[in-house]
Design a protein around this ligand. Structure first.
Ligand code: KG4
Ligand code: ZN
Length: 339
């Protein structure tokens, strides 16, 4: 079969990224311009600032992605782009850049859901086999996605309030850690113990949904109470206790889902999938499911990047999923929730 070559774009949040992907599984280039430093002083992503950075970065990222891959526009079979979910002003920059390239070079435009991208990041390491289950945990999302086949995404559980990464970033702030706090909280957690026994919300409920806002409040109240009575708490123990609660609920619900939906593979993707505590726990839990292979998206591809969008785009190209010049950003794009 002829090779397929995709030029892909990702600008849903605070990374401007352009990649060249061959056959849906080989990265020829994956340029990521991060804006983290510009947002750190605000403690989170400022949408207006993010859009401006995307505008400044996008053409340079395209140039670098083409140079590094050694490809030029006529080589491509399609242009894939994240069109949601995400920040509308940020998404629009990628969508318009992709539309422009597709129109100017007469290439098909492939609309990609950001969450499908996080899942297809796994395909860059090993081919995904179906049926599959994906636990997608990021700064904006916490979802269990059941995939009976490669182009069918069904949400069977999701967070009712905060996303796991959002909770990490908020409690990180209380610990005095810069945004995004997840990685550092993870490192501190490995040095501490779960002595605070924070709540495991919805853990025993008969569904696959999550909730992290109660955990976040319990954490903040514990720290504030200690401040009021002039006691100092061990920050590593606080981080370990928070992480234990997050990892417990994420893994318990995933195990419950695997019992009800037997699958060939479990994929862990999204920014929080870089969490070493969560990766270790799922490795242990999966020993009870010898028929299910654990697919951990490699840590350097867990955060937002265009390579994962190109991997999902190659699958959509096979299914002839195309958009025309009317494609718009859809900030609240979601897969269907199957209850
Ligand atoms: O997927 P992503 O790059 O952006 C969104 O689509 O949201 O995820 C970013 C999130 C941030 O909240 C960050 O704190 C979190 O991923 N994160 C982690 C770790 N590394 C990044 N959370 C927990 N443990 C980590 N090691
Ligand atoms: Zn993401």
């Amino acid at each position: 079969m002829k090779d397929s070559l995709i030029l892909s774009f990702e600008t849903s949040c605070d990374e401007t990224s352009v990649a060249v992907i061959k056959n849906g599984n080989q990265i020829l280039s994956n340029i990521v311009a991060t804006q983290i430093k510009s947002h750190q002083r605000f403690g989170g992503v400022v949408p207006e600032v993010a859009s401006r950075h995307h505008i400044e970065q996008i053409t340079g990222c395209i140039r670098d992605a083409l140079n590094e891959s050694g490809m030029s526009y006529p080589d491509f079979d399609g242009v894939a782009v994240t069109y949601g979910p995400g920040l509308v002003g940020s998404l629009l920059i990628g969508v318009n850049a992709a539309k422009t390239v597709a129109w100017a070079h007469n290439l098909p435009l492939i609309p990609v859901n950001h969450i499908a991208g996080h899942i297809y990041g796994a395909n860059l390491v090993k081919q995904i086999e179906f049926p599959a289950m994906a636990l997608v945990v990021s700064g904006g999302h916490t979802e269990l996605v059941y995939m009976p086949k490669e182009d069918d995404f069904e949400i069977i559980g999701e967070t009712r309030d905060d996303a796991a990464g959002e909770a990490y970033d908020k409690i990180g702030r209380v610990l005095g850690i810069n945004y995004p706090a997840g990685k550092q909280v993870d490192q501190m957690a490995h040095l501490g113990k779960d002595v605070f026994h924070f709540p495991r919300a919805m853990d025993k409920e008969d569904n696959f949904d999550f909730s992290f806002s109660g955990l976040k409040s319990a954490f903040i109240n514990t720290v504030h109470h200690a401040d009021q009575i002039n006691t100092s708490l061990d920050k590593n123990d606080l981080a370990a206790s928070f992480q234990a609660a997050v990892v417990d609920v994420l893994s318990d619900k995933t195990v419950k889902a695997l019992k009800e939906f037997p699958v060939k593979q479990l994929i862990l993707g999204g920014g929080v999938a870089a969490n070493l505590g969560l990766r270790d726990r799922l490795k242990k839990d999966l020993t009870d499911f010898p028929e299910t292979e654990l697919m951990l998206v490699p840590i350097h591809l867990c955060g937002d990047n265009a390579a994962m969008i190109g991997a999902a785009g190659a699958m959509l190209l096979r299914h002839h999923v195309f958009a025309d010049a009317s494609l718009n950003a859809d900030p609240s794009l979601e897969f269907e929730y199957i209850s």
